[in-house]
Write a protein that binds this ligand. Structure first.
Ligand code: ADP
Length: 274
């Protein structure tokens, strides 16, 4: 069975996060095999990105969401190393600026959706507006609960305009998060990443899980599916994400455009020239 089939949240269904094991590694055959497969997928992705760019008919948008220390940065680094930076852009969504706050929540998102021929990666996304915003009651329930429908309509419009959307939730356990945060405390090369919020947010774990449960069940659609990636094991996480990207891009049936120039004429001219 394809990885994308295995890990997709079926539209209209609940992801049942509490019943999904974040330490699962379905279909994987050990660490070394996973590392080799990720390498293979990375090369394949580079070739597919080249084709996407050459064709310039559609864009690919990859949304990555996770709890703190869930591995967003790691996935972006490992999985995307093969991509050509010319046609690929990562956008990180932070607390909205004063200007962004004066607009609707999708304003800052729409502006950075990749153009035809490009791959765009969202490190966090418009989903923060039904996650952190809901957990911390930054707007009323009326406001955030209307957003699922608004997000679906927005993503449907993008899909109808040739944006292929893939959304990954990197699912780690609370225990694994604790382990990673403690490792950070002890690692001088990672201490800079630590914020007070990472630790205080842990108290809201169950609220976040409830918010993710709703976001994933309400917004996994045929045009923009959510995938729940078991992410306690980093190698498996990278393997699953890279495999789903490759499977999806291969399904796009992309073709190199026909050359616009008369190649035979150019060949003859070139051959006969000095
Ligand atoms: P990251 O954790 O992604 O590496 P930061 O430590 O800068 O990066 O965290 C970004 C913060 O911005 C997160 O706490 C996230 O919840 C917050 N954020 C993102 N989008 C929104 C939003 N729309 N409203 C409120 N907070 C947001």
């Amino acid at each position: 069975m394809k990885m994308s089939k295995k890990l997709m949240v079926l539209p209209g269904k609940k992801p049942k996060l509490d019943r999904r094991d974040p330490a699962a590694t379905p279909g994987a055959e050990g660490k070394q095999a996973a590392v080799e497969l990720v390498e293979k997928h990375t090369k394949r992705m580079a070739a597919l990105q080249y084709l996407l760019y050459a064709e310039s008919k559609r864009a690919v948008l990859i949304v990555i969401q996770a709890m703190d220390a869930g591995g967003k940065d790691g996935v972006i680094r490992h999985v995307m190393t093969g991509l050509n930076p010319q046609g690929c852009k990562v956008t990180s969504f932070k607390v909205p600026s004063a200007e962004e706050m004066r607009h609707d929540f999708l304003w800052r998102v729409h502006k950075v959706v990749p153009a035809a021929g490009e791959v765009g990666i969202f490190n966090r996304s418009h989903y923060e507006d039904v996650l952190v915003v809901r957990v911390h009651k930054l707007v009323s329930k009326d406001v955030w609960s209307a957003r699922y429908r608004q997000i679906n309509a927005f993503e449907e419009m993008l899909a109808q305009n040739n944006v292929t959307i893939l959304k990954f939730f990197l699912h780690i356990s609370r225990g694994e998060q604790k382990k990673r945060l403690i490792e950070r405390l002890d690692d001088p090369t990672k201490q800079w990443k630590i914020s007070d919020a990472d630790f205080s947010e842990r108290r809201y774990w169950n609220d976040y899980m409830a918010a993710y449960e709703d976001a994933l069940s309400q917004c996994s659609t045929p045009w923009a599916p959510w995938y729940v990636i078991p992410a306690d094991h980093k190698r498996f996480r990278d393997l699953a994400v890279s495999q789903i990207i490759v499977e999806t891009m291969e399904g796009l049936d992309m073709k190199f455009p026909k050359p616009s120039a008369d190649l035979e004429k150019i060949r003859t001219t070139l051959v006969n020239s000095v």
